[in-house]
Design a protein around this ligand. Sequence first.
Ligand SMILES: [Zn+2]
Length: 535
Amino acid sequence: MKIKFLGAARTVTGSCYLLETGGHKFAIDCGMHQGNAEIEKRNWDVDVYGAGDIEFFLVTHAHIDHSGLLPKMVQNGFKGRIYTTPPTRDLLQIMLLDSAHIQEMEAQWKSKKRLRHGEKLMKPLYTQKDAMGVFPLFDVMPYEHAFEPFPGLKVNFKDAGHILGASLVEMWVKENGCCLKLVFSGDIGRPAQLMIQDPAMIGDADYLFLESTYGNRNHKNEEDSLNELADAISYSYDHGEKVIIPAFAVERTQEMIYSLYLLDKEGRLPKDMPVYVDSPLAIQATEIFKRYPDYLDKETRALLKKGENPLCLPQLHFTLSTQESMAINTVTGPAVVISASGMADAGRIKHHLRHNLWREGAAIVFVGFQAQGTTGRKIIDGATSVRIFNEDVVVKAKVYTINGFSAHAGQSQILEWLSHFHSEGMKVFLIHGEYTAQQELAKLIKERFGFETPIPDYLEETTLKMGQELKRVEYPEQAAPRIDWDYLMADIEGRINQLRERQGQIQSRPWVEQTDLRDKLLELNRSMTTIISEL
Ligand SMILES: [Zn+2]
């Protein structure tokens, strides 16, 4: 069996691991490469993926650095299946369209500039049509329902505790009578994260592919982080200014709303301080969170049962339209603005930073990982000014970096998760981390557990040996995946409601789209009639 590292090797973005066994070719994740120009060039040089030959992808979660190149694969001839969990599929449907929209906008903007220089137009990396080409390829599998994409390969998704629907992937491969167990950590969540369950534990593997984003750092505890957020709020409130929070649209935004809900309960959020969630994507993602209560943690489910909704606040405004978004900056006085992108490189957050970075008394609160080369990283590294929309904006606002909200396990939490493995001779490949963080983590793993810990580089290829020197693992003879009945019922009900609620909106869509929808509904109607007649 062979593995090739097509991304997130000695860096944190572009997750993709291509596997080959017994004439089959498939991959784990298909993330976009983000960072400097050299890294982003990899998004265009995709021949190394061989998209047309890949049979299927297993997608660990909806973050773009794990999924953002799926439309590019479709554009390049990928026609296979994409296995993932139900919430990840729903999140991907909005995130890939958003990503495609960003690509189209960027190409349009660059083309205008090129035309002025008498150069050729620039094509987008992929379009919304390419993104829509991904959707029919999804096959959803809930957690703990092992399935067999081809005879000799069994796959099981477990809760990674990272974002809604995120998975750890357990994989058993049979080759020449031997069985080998691989585990891909995807992104491992931080235990005690709001809303999401703690990461599931795994006890054995021959090869583990372990994320190492925070391989050299621990997080502050949750209470300190909440206190710091409260500090930022009272600092800006007292100065009559705004708190700007760049946050990923999925998970972090919802976690910030939840945190503000907790502060509000404790009387630490002024009642007259409006809170804006200014990201259409975050607004749609919040709706998906509400659709999957079974994927939330006990505490959140208990609140929902009591009729409380931690994703609601009396002073919370969702600003969907551009006009509403712009209006936030015409209003003076204190407010909290949560907007994307999380690394302040794209999206509406750039407008809010341009309006507030230079204002003394304002607060910029970073609550997520900031990759090298991004605007967010420059600000937390102490830049006195940053370039936004071709303008140098001075940094006078107070900058807070609250890493206790991370959706990634910190160093000690990664080691704790790893301590549950009891496989002698397990090899731990460190992936998804910056090289210095990986070196430190590798040293600790070797000292504490004695596991060999290679740190593969981009495009490196390795053979994973079967049998002999490795302890034999059993190929699990589990039954075929059973239907997740509760999910099926909730899914049908959710979709019917969605159609009913959005009827007005649907009627205002272009005629071609309405015709497409009518055809789909008729097809659905035919299938339903067949199913009903056999019940
Ligand atoms: Zn992630």
